[in-house]
Design a protein around this ligand. Sequence first.
Ligand code: URA
Length: 205
Amino acid sequence: ARDGSYNSDVPTSLEAVAAGVQLCRRCDLWRDATQGVPGQGAANARLMFVGEQPGDQEDLAGLPFIGPAGQVFDEALSEAGVPRDRTYVTNAVKHFKHEPRGKRRIHKTPGGGEVQACRWWLDHERRLVRPRVIVALGATAANAVMGKATPIGVNRGKALQLPDQTRAVLTYHPSFLLRLPDPDARARARAEFIEDLRLAGELAG
Ligand code: URA
């Protein structure tokens, strides 16, 4: 559909995914978003990261994980020895879901229907990039990557096998680390997060 009212053309490149995301009407989140935010990174990456959805800054810039969560993510990647530019970074949902609070736009967790609708794009990104390892950052990403609700707490720290031979690593969302009020708990979770990124880097080779 060239008018974008319902874009069901199968994308044959990441550029086509990026263009398709801009025209996407598979759910209603495009209405209040500045733009769609497709994945970014190496087209042949062995390691793919999946977050939840763009935040305020990502929505404005059109790039994933560049705001506060992105800063936590970048620092952890660097400590884990994983160069971000050799990976592919995307989100389960490509438009920013939010509600106004004064002048600010407050993040709202996307619902199951939105995650399901947006799997069209995530699944095409997976097919085109063909990573060896997919890291799900947080519960929304874990749901999108595993195809069913999969808790992080009991599944993090290990390599899971996906039906297509890809491996999955489930770990915390960087924003979860930012929100932990207790400094000791935060330091512990951050260390586990870095361990998980290091494991994923090793699995990807
Ligand atoms: N949080 C996410 O899950 N993804 C982003 O791109 C930014 C913040």
